[in-house]
Write a protein of this length. Structure first.
Length: 208
C-alpha cells in the first residue's frame, strides 16, 4: 500500500486486525490526534495553534456507539476521523501518531504489513524498548560447567546413590517361589481312619 492512502479506504480486515492489536489502547491514539493535518507532512503534532481534535465527551460518545452497534471503537474512530477535516488522514499520519503514542505493535503492523517498510526504531530503554526473547547459545561444556556449579547437599547425593545400589541388588535376586508339598486328600483321609481304628482297638484290649 502507498503511504498516502487515506485510512477511510483501508480494507475492513486490516481495520479489524488493528483493532485487535490495540485493544483498549485506541484511547492513546485518539488523545493525540490534532485538529489539523498537513497533506505533505506526516508529523502532525498538537500545539497551541493545533489543538486536540477530540475531548473527553467524544470518548464517551464513541464508547456508547461501540456498545450499541457492537463495533470496535477503533473502527468507529476511523470512520469519523477518516472522513472529516480539509486534509483527511492517511497511513503516513497514522504511522506517525502510533509511534508518538508508543503503540509499537500497531506501528509495526502498519509499517511492515501495510507499507512493506522496516520496523520503526524503538527506544533503547523504557517500557517501549524491544525485549530480546532469544535464548543464549550455550555450548555443551558451558552447560556442564553450570550443572557442576550447582551445589547439591552431600546427604542428598549419598541417599540417591544408596537407593540406586539397593535397586540394582534387588534386580539380581532370582524370583524363587517356595515349594509346597502337595497332600492328596484321599491319602490323608485313609491315614486318619486307620489311626481311629487302631485307637479303638487299643481301648477294647484295655477294657478286657
Amino acid at each position: 500500500m502507498d503511504i498516502s492512502m487515506e485510512i477511510r479506504k483501508l480494507p475492513y480486515n486490516y481495520i479489524q486486525e488493528l483493532a485487535c492489536i490495540l485493544g483498549s489502547s485506541w484511547k492513546k491514539l485518539m488523545v493525540i490526534i490534532p485538529k489539523y493535518l498537513d497533506e505533505n507532512y506526516y508529523q502532525c503534532n498538537i500545539s497551541v495553534t493545533n489543538p486536540h481534535r477530540y475531548i473527553s465527551d467524544h470518548f464517551r460518545l464513541l464508547e456508547d456507539a461501540s456498545f450499541k452497534t457492537q463495533r470496535p471503537c477503533l473502527e468507529i474512530l476511523f470512520c469519523e476521523w477518516g472522513t472529516s477535516g480539509r486534509v483527511r488522514p492517511d497511513l503516513g499520519h497514522l504511522l506517525h501518531l502510533l509511534i508518538k503514542a508508543e503503540l509499537y505493535r500497531a506501528a509495526d503492523y502498519v509499517a511492515i504489513v501495510l507499507l512493506e517498510q522496516l520496523s520503526p526504531i524503538r527506544p533503547q530503554k523504557g517500557p517501549a524498548a524491544l525485549v530480546n526473547t532469544t535464548l543464549p547459545d550455550l555450548r555443551e561444556q558451558e552447560i556442564k560447567n553450570i550443572v557442576e556449579s550447582l551445589n547439591y547437599p552431600s546427604s542428598l547425593i549419598s541417599y540417591l546413590i544408596s537407593n540406586s545400589q539397593d535397586v540394582n541388588l534387588n534386580s539380581n535376586v532370582p524370583n524363587v517361589r517356595p515349594k509346597v508339598k502337595k497332600i492328596h486328600s484321599g491319602s490323608s483321609i485313609s491315614s486318619a481312619e486307620n489311626n481311629r481304628k487302631r485307637h479303638m482297638h487299643e481301648i477294647t484290649i484295655s477294657d478286657d
